[in-house]
Ligand binder design. Structure first.
Ligand code: ZN
Ligand code: ZN
Length: 215
């Protein structure tokens, strides 16, 4: 069969059109995959911990605690407006506040972390002397109180906040039913026995045994 020059040119033209079409289809951008969302702490949908400032507490302490509690326990954390510490909550010495009176007054059905910069004290019975503490809690329960007063001596604000974080997470741990830990000296559920040295020895961490009790 004789192919004319015209037929050859037409065939070439068809080939060029087909090539251009194929390239343009292949080059079409594919739809972008949806951006992967960053992993977040798994929030407990119904679990909220309220933070209640007692008197004047610097907002940065509250924001810091809010973030710490959320990232450690995964609870939503809501800061409430401050309420004043009233004279009827003073301890027998009249120089500091009685932690058990604070707990009794504010004991809540909701999870509640009370925070004050004032010194708080405890005594084991009416005949025993009061002593200053970092925090007190109901165990198990919903309500605990922490004070920054004994956490801030001779240290930077960052160090004080690190201590505050550990004390608050410890007290909430008691609320959630955890006893003191005797297994690992770096576990936050160790009994501080009023010594800041023990708090400083701890990491923002629960040992495996304490973690297992939480579940
Ligand atoms: Zn404790
Ligand atoms: Zn432990």
């Amino acid at each position: 069969m004789r192919v004319t020059r015209k037929q050859l040119l037409f065939a070439l033209f068809l080939l060029v059109v087909a090539t251009v079409l194929t390239v343009s289809i292949l080059a079409k951008p594919h739809p972008y995959p949806q951006p992967q969302s960053h992993p977040q702490p798994q929030p407990h949908p119904q679990k909220v911990i309220y933070i209640q400032p007692l008197g004047n507490v610097p907002p940065e302490y509250l924001t810091f605690l809010q973030q710490s509690v959320h990232s450690f326990y995964g609870y939503q954390c809501v800061v409430k407006p401050a309420v004043p510490l009233t004279p009827n909550l003073l301890a027998a010495s009249q120089t500091r506040y009685e932690a058990s009176k604070i707990l009794l007054k504010y004991n809540s059905r909701q999870n509640l972390l009370l925070v004050t910069t004032q010194d708080i004290a405890h005594r084991k019975s009416a005949t025993q002397p009061e002593y200053g503490i970092f925090g007190l809690d109901y165990r198990p329960g919903t309500t605990c109180v922490v004070s920054t007063f004994r956490l801030q001596r001779h240290v930077s604000r960052a160090k004080m906040l690190e201590r505050l974080e550990k004390v608050a997470l410890h007290e909430i741990g008691h609320n959630l039913g955890l006893p003191h830990c005797t297994l690992n000296k770096h576990c936050m559920m160790q009994a501080a026995q009023g010594t800041i040295k023990q708090v400083d020895l701890e990491k923002v961490w629960f040992c495996e045994a304490c973690r297992a009790k939480l579940r």
